[in-house]
Design a protein around this ligand. Structure first.
Ligand code: NDP
Length: 332
């Protein structure tokens, strides 16, 4: 029987999400990759246990995570049942609806029909009565924002989620839906955008909108799917995401960044950190970022990433050096 580490709350940092009452661990675990039916269940279980043992209270899922789609929620549901259910009130579990899940006109995007049905399916797969955060996974160009907002609001009123969030919404769409939620008094607290050294779009205006609206961010792919780590410094390992034929991370993506990654790695070494640790600390320097949402294919990666918390500060000179190194990427 799994018994959680009694010291689990000693080292983790918990940040308030915007102006809400909810705190998230500075590092959260996402189950997009490595938790499908194609992945070893024993390793999945080890990673989730190690995360919780180190104070990671937040696990992020979505209807379509796998493969097969839905299997990450089923596997996480099994880990919950076998290990974590006694700790349910210590956990923040999220899911999302937006991407393709089932055939026909109601199996993706942002209609009331899809959002409500998908949340119901996710709860069943995980064996839960409610999730803590439910997201609209992407904006739907064909559904009025108000309809998507009202569907999320209804899930709150039905007790199926405690808070709601949006993901991949632009700054303008975020401001617009925030206004609707404010009128409805929906507990809309969080945005989940991609943010890492290679993709800084949120700095243009989303962070301002979040600060103005009192919202927080949890940033996904903070390690650029592994490129901002030492994973590819000596070639492309056979068991890596870039080698797996993933449409999201190709060997070409890795090659194109390698020179810059080497320079960032040298700077991280000077700071006494691994590159992964520095990349996570760099994300967390943004005041609106409450948490970084990492992935891990093994416990050792998780342990490395947790060490980011040992050095979260950057001198202005270090930040300039990072900007200079990254500017070379833009010119290539
Ligand atoms: P990361 O950028 O953290 O990439 C994770 C991958 O990087 C791991 O699978 C591993 O690759 C490698 N890695 C992690 N830590 C280390 C380390 N210390 N040393 C070496 N390599 C390391 O995040 P993800 O892209 O996986 O995304 C994280 C989460 O964000 C997802 O699980 C999901 O919850 C969320 N997300 C949300 C999206 C949205 O649209 N809302 C879209 C994408 C993600 P390897 O597998 O090769 O070992």
């Amino acid at each position: 029987m799994y018994l959680a580490n009694e010291q689990r709350y000693e080292k983790m940092l918990y940040n308030r999400v915007g102006k809400s009452g909810l705190k998230l661990p500075a590092i959260s675990l996402g189950l997009w990759h490595n938790f499908g039916d194609v992945d070893n269940f024993g390793t999945q279980r080890e990673i989730v246990q190690a995360a919780f043992d180190n104070g990671i209270t937040h696990f992020d899922l979505a209807n379509n995570y796998g493969p097969a789609a839905g299997s990450a929620e089923i596997n996480f549901g099994r880990i919950l049942k076998e290990d974590l259910l006694p700790y349910r009130d210590e956990l923040i579990i999220s899911s999302k609806a937006g991407y393709y899940m089932w055939p026909g006109p109601y199996g993706e995007w942002g209609s009331r029909k899809y959002i409500i049905a998908s949340c119901e399916q996710s709860l069943k797969r995980m064996g839960l009565d409610y999730v803590d955060i439910f997201y609209s996974h992407r904006p739907d160009p064909d559904t009025p924002l108000e309809e998507t907002a009202l569907a999320l609001d209804q899930l709150v009123r039905q007790g199926k989620t405690l808070y709601v969030g949006v993901s991949n919404y632009s700054a303008e769409q975020t401001a617009e839906i925030a206004k609707i939620f404010r009128e409805l008094k929906t507990p809309f607290i969080i945005h989940q955008p991609r943010y890492n050294m290679f993709d800084r779009w949120i700095e243009d205006s989303l962070t301002d909108v979040l600060a103005d609206e009192g919202l927080g961010a949890i940033t996904f792919s903070p390690l650029a799917q592994g490129m901002l780590t030492n994973r590819y410094l000596n070639g492309i390992p056979n068991d890596s995401r870039a080698h797996s034929g993933s449409p999201f991370l190709t060997e070409e993506n890795v090659q194109a960044t390698l020179d810059v990654v080497n320079q960032l790695n040298t700077l991280a070494e000077k700071r006494g950190q691994t590159l992964a640790e520095m990349a996570l600390a760099w994300n967390l320097r943004q005041p609106t970022v409450a948490s970084v949402l990492i992935g891990a294919s093994r416990v050792s990666q998780l342990e490395d990433n947790l060490k980011a918390l040992n050095n979260l500060t950057f001198s202005p000179d270090e930040l300039n050096q990072i900007d200079n190194i990254l500017s070379k990427l833009a010119k290539n």
